[in-house]
Design a protein around this ligand. Structure first.
Ligand SMILES: [Zn+2]
Length: 341
């Protein structure tokens, strides 16, 4: 209820900006222009993908970001101005309906002139099933539901991953595997080149640069993470398996509490027992997750705590964000798992 009132108040404040923005948009639209001759109009859902698209478009324009600031793609709600931006875009880029549930309705009613890219389905992107099995916390309990995970037993952590399809829910945090990031870059550059052929050469050059930069990033992180390989750690919100899988640093478990949900006292006790039984060296929270809850599960254990920001909630949007996000993950994992001397 309170959330609803707060949302209404926020809408009222935002309406002013929405009116101002649509007036500007209307005046920009008033002159008849050939299709796509103007600056590219590309809308992207989340920061890590926006970062890669920004780099691809450098010199031709800047994509519009929807989930900005500390907002989470899992709980984001579209404002009327956001919906309008999507409907007026040439290209709308998201990961998937399950990662960004707020895109479902707007995509169902998408004007046919808007090209939709769902990157979870892009060529070359490897998908991993959402972890819910025995090693990872089972979703048998009622109450705290993380994402839309269904109970299923295919928790094969060492699987190479399904390519598309599959009966289970796929984990949508695909950008955390640098190989997926490169597949995203290739797919986006191809789509943008088809939409704006006059910029195709620029997009190809930018995409090649970003791809090489991701290769360098990947080698750096492999070197940085190899000393902490095999040390058990636990994550709060299970968002990092693509990173773990690529760099061979599997998490021992997840407490499967969403950043916006309050876990019960019983749940915290279960988590504390789990940390002790695994001898986990480190427990990672996320920005927005209350630090005292981390303390509540690590108190009385030898586990240290750290923070991971797999969605870039604490970072400023832009072409460097993807690289900062990945380096921060590696640094925070490596620091937390390396005992102070
Ligand atoms: Zn997430």
């Amino acid at each position: 209820m309170f959330e609803k009132f707060a949302a209404h108040a926020a809408h009222r404040v935002l309406r002013f900006f929405a009116i101002a923005t649509s007036a500007i948009a209307a005046s920009a639209m008033s002159a008849p222009a050939p299709v796509h001759a103007a600056e590219p109009n590309v809308v992207v859902t989340i920061k890590p993908v926006h970062s890669l698209v920004t780099a691809i478009m450098a010199g031709a324009g800047t994509p519009h970001l929807l989930v900005d600031g500390a907002a989470s793609p899992h709980t984001f709600t579209l404002k009327p101005s956001n919906a309008k931006a999507i409907q007026q875009a040439d290209v709308f880029i998201r990961i998937s309906e399950s990662l960004e549930p707020f895109t479902r309705r707007v995509v169902e009613a998408l004007p046919s002139k808007v090209k939709l890219m769902s990157l979870a389905e892009a060529k070359g992107v490897t998908l991993l099933p959402q972890r819910t099995g025995a090693t990872f916390e089972a979703h048998a309990h009622s109450g705290e539901h993380d994402h839309d995970a269904h109970d299923h037993d295919d928790h094969d952590h060492d699987a190479a991953g399904h390519e598309g399809g599959g009966h289970g829910v796929q984990d949508g945090h695909i950008w955390l595997d640098p190989k997926n990031a490169q597949a995203i870059v290739a797919a986006v550059a191809a789509e943008l080149s088809a939409t704006y052929p006059q910029n195709a050469e620029l997009f190809a050059k930018n995409a090649a640069e970003v791809t090489a930069k991701i290769d360098a990033l990947s080698s750096d992180l492999q070197a940085q993470l190899s000393p902490v390989r095999g040390k058990p750690f636990i994550v709060f919100h299970d968002a990092t398996q693509y990173f773990e899988s690529r760099f061979e640093i599997p998490a021992a478990g997840s407490v499967t509490v969403t950043p916006d949900a309050q876990p019960s006292a019983k749940r915290l006790t279960e988590v504390r027992k789990k940390i002790a039984s695994l001898s986990a060296a480190c427990v990672f929270a996320e920005p927005g997750f209350q630090p005292k809850l981390v303390a509540a599960v690590t108190d009385g254990t030898t586990a240290r705590s750290g923070t991971l920001d797999p969605e870039g909630a604490t970072l400023t949007a832009g072409p460097e964000l993807y690289f900062d996000l990945m380096r921060n993950l590696a640094r925070n994992i490596s620091n937390c798992l390396t005992p102070a001397t």
